[in-house]
Design a protein around this ligand. Structure first.
Ligand code: FES
Ligand code: FES
Length: 247
């Protein structure tokens, strides 16, 4: 739960707002003076009515806490964040899929959010947002990265390639064609990340004499999760392209 500086340390991690502001039900057993819809403590837009955890039974407290968590999830991101001052804004030039963008960036924005929310390149997916699924994989200078873990401002001057930038003159990238040929996807959610990751993989082993076998492909692609379990076909697609490129 978020907390605000300047508030008493014993204050619960949520604050109550007048029920009229939200028109929600009252959790069982909570007295009228301290019930209501709850907002995260950092929301500046609601009148603050403090209530103490001591006023509540454990059951009531759990009711309130779970309600608060639900509401917190619905608060728009913009409301929960502070706006950076002009001195904190950073000018950046980033080339994405061959097009140079002059950007003024909040230094906290990730590359993934920049791509999806500002440049409207929604191919890279937000799966876990924690560097664990690989759905957000893009290429930076030919090297694969998890864009959810990378701050956009650190890519000033970089050349980023997303799934939207892999095709050339209307022709699919060989990996895109191979994923179709080998049925390397089902729902497709992980596929942009899988293909960008595979492109990075092929860059890593380019010029190497040692063959790329299934086990090494699996190991090198282990950062890309496929909940549909299309792994055998993904491996087959990558192996086919590697065979053509190396051959
Ligand atoms: S969204 Fe980036 S690794 Fe999962
Ligand atoms: S194809 Fe569905 S998650 Fe990979």
């Amino acid at each position: 739960m978020p907390t605000c500086s300047g508030l008493p340390s014993r204050l619960p991690t949520f604050l109550a707002a007048p029920p009229s502001a939200v028109g929600n039900r009252v959790p069982d057993g909570i007295r009228p003076h301290n019930y209501s819809l709850l907002r995260p403590a950092c929301n500046p837009h609601l009148p603050i009515v403090e209530f103490s955890r001591d006023d509540l039974s454990r059951r009531d407290f759990m009711n309130v806490a779970s309600l608060s968590a639900g509401i917190a999830a619905t608060v728009p991101l913009a409301e929960a964040q502070t706006v950076p001052s002009a001195s904190e804004i950073v000018d950046c030039a980033i080339t994405v899929n061959g097009r140079e963008y002059a950007l003024t960036l909040d230094p906290r924005i990730t590359l993934l959010d920049l791509l999806r929310e500002r440049l409207h390149l929604t191919g890279a997916k937000k799966g876990c947002d924690h560097g664990q699924c690989g759905a957000c994989t893009v290429l930076s200078g030919g090297t694969r990265i998890n864009s959810c873990l990378s701050l956009a401002v650190t890519h000033n001057g970089d050349f980023i390639t997303t799934i939207e930038g892999l095709a050339r003159n209307g022709d699919l990238h060989p990996l895109q064609a191979a994923f179709i040929e080998h049925d390397g996807f089902q729902c497709g959610y992980c596929t942009p990340g899988q293909i960008c990751s595979a492109a990075g993989l092929l860059n890593e082993v380019r010029g190497r004499a040692k063959p790329l076998d299934d086990a090494e492909i699996r190991e090198r692609m282990s950062g890309n999760i496929c909940r549909c379990g299309a792994y055998p076909n993904i491996v087959a697609a990558i192996k086919a392209v590697r065979g053509r490129v190396a051959g």
